[in-house]
Ligand binder design. Structure first.
Ligand code: PLZ
Length: 445
């Protein structure tokens, strides 16, 4: 258990005076390109609470964007990291290796979908994992083209920017982008022209036709898909779509890469969202939840694909840093021992009925979707008017912040309100957070 009191406490304006002061220093010292969604400066955090420099205790519905799934400063993570920093902090695995890296690779090989022989390589961030997954797929197939989807988010490096579907804020004036990246239509039931039923029937065919006509199957090294899209709007594809795409990749000698950077590690009620789809990706990219807040990422795939790369072809100074690996071992142990996949399902059971009740009252909630503790509502203007309601989304977000609830939005059109609480947050905190959200919603419409 965390020693941070698990109670909300708002004793100043949000942000409070000390945070405002720090934000002024931020403006003077930090590039304006790095912005802050809720500029309260954090001093301590644990379980489902962030304590700020003004002594406020905020309920966390964001987990630092799906990272602190096991809770902030989770006890087993703290314990392992503390020991590791005393033992040694870095050698570079490519120079003189260490066992912790192997343990993380073994854990990923075991936990990711499929019981075939697998290999893993470790990196520092989600973008780096996706980029390396593409490198491996290109090397293995000898092909160049990469297919990503509408509403995709894969990162901010040059290649992953090219793969990301949203211009502002990620890509605007940051080109030219990496070549040989193609975009396919996403299976997006809520916004499919003929509605969800047609989406299930049509979206795979449209995908195949478009890739065939515009790229050519034989040119494609990899199709990269988030089984539940994250930044793009928590879009859950029509049932069967992910499996159809993965099978089609297999039939065409294309590497199917699941980007589970946001959806992985118990978040959706399974270890990985691919499992729900009964899909065994050729390569799976992981990060975020893997290490309870320390920077670590993994690329895991079949031994055949991952071992096709020449020695020295993959790496990086810090990839699989021992402290980050220790954190991952503590986080994975926590997920297993506390059965956090089941906890994510409980979170879904707690949230969904309340979100449905709210949607019954307010026609501005057009869609409720997601799985486990990766849930969202998409806001529109009203019944029959699906125009994205980004203004209302921003207003609700702001009202939640003012009450000491840390919330996040997302979506290509900025009109999706997402819920990503730590799985260490108690039912009481989650319910209180939902009370705040409901009130904020009612006050903002
Ligand atoms: N793939 C599916 O969700 C990161 C981005 C926040 P990094 N999502 C949060 C921001 O505005 O930068 C993400 C993701 C998926 C890849 C990434 C990239 O992971 O660790 O941020 O590089």
């Amino acid at each position: 258990m965390s020693n941070v009191p698990q109670q909300r406490l708002v004793q100043t304006a949000i942000p409070g005076p000390r945070s405002v002061e720090l934000q002024q220093r931020k403006t003077a010292a930090v590039s304006a390109g790095v912005s802050t969604g809720l500029p309260v400066y954090v001093e301590r955090a644990g379980g489902g609470i962030l304590v700020d420099v003004d002594g406020n205790q905020l309920i966390d519905f964001g987990s630092g964007i799906a990272v602190t799934t096991v809770g902030n400063a989770a006890p087993r993570v703290v314990e392992r990291v503390s020991q590791q920093v005393q033992d040694f902090t870095h050698t570079c695995f490519m120079v003189t290796p260490y066992e912790e890296y192997l343990e993380v690779a073994e854990a990923l090989n075991e936990l990711t979908p499929g019981d075939h022989e697998k290999r893993t390589a470790l990196f520092n961030s989600g973008a780096e994992a996706v980029e390396n997954a593409v490198k491996v797929a290109r090397h293995y197939t000898g092909r160049n083209a990469v297919v990503a989807f509408d509403h995709a988010y894969h990162g901010r490096t040059n290649l992953t920017m090219a793969m990301t579907a949203k211009n502002m804020p990620y890509k605007h004036r940051f080109g030219p982008f990496a070549g040989e990246v193609y975009r396919a239509p996403m299976s997006y039931p809520f916004r499919w022209p003929g509605g969800p039923a047609d989406c299930a029937k049509e979206s795979f065919d449209v995908f195949v036709q478009q890739v065939h006509a515009q790229v050519g199957e034989d040119n494609v090294a990899a199709v990269v898909l988030e089984p539940i899209q994250g930044e793009g709007g928590f879009i859950v594809p029509a049932p069967g779509f992910v499996k159809q795409v993965a099978d089609w990749c297999t039939d065409n000698g294309i590497v199917f890469i699941a980007d589970e950077v946001q959806s992985g590690f118990c978040r959706t009620g399974d270890w990985f969202a691919s499992e729900h789809e009964r899909v065994v990706p050729d390569i799976i990219a992981t990060a975020k939840g893997i290490a309870g807040g320390l920077p670590l990422a993994g690329v895991t795939g079949s031994a055949e694909i991952m071992d096709s790369v020449h020695g020295g072809g993959l790496g990086g100074t810090y990839g699989g840093n021992p402290v980050a690996c220790a954190a991952a071992l503590g986080a994975i142990q926590t997920m297993k021992e506390e059965d956090l996949c089941s906890r994510a399902k409980q979170v879904e059971a707690l949230f969904l009925p309340r979100l449905k009740r709210l949607a019954d009252t307010f026609p501005q909630i057009g869609d409720i979707r997601g799985r486990g503790a990766m849930l969202a509502v998409e806001l529109i203007h009203g019944p029959g008017d699906l125009t994205p309601n980004a203004v209302l989304t921003a207003a609700v977000n702001k009202a939640c912040h003012a009450e000491g609830l840390v919330t996040l939005t997302c979506g290509t059109f900025g009109n999706v309100f997402r819920f990503l609480p730590p799985l260490a947050a108690s039912d009481e905190l989650l319910s209180e957070g939902l009370d705040i959200f409901e009130k904020a919603f009612a006050a903002s419409v």
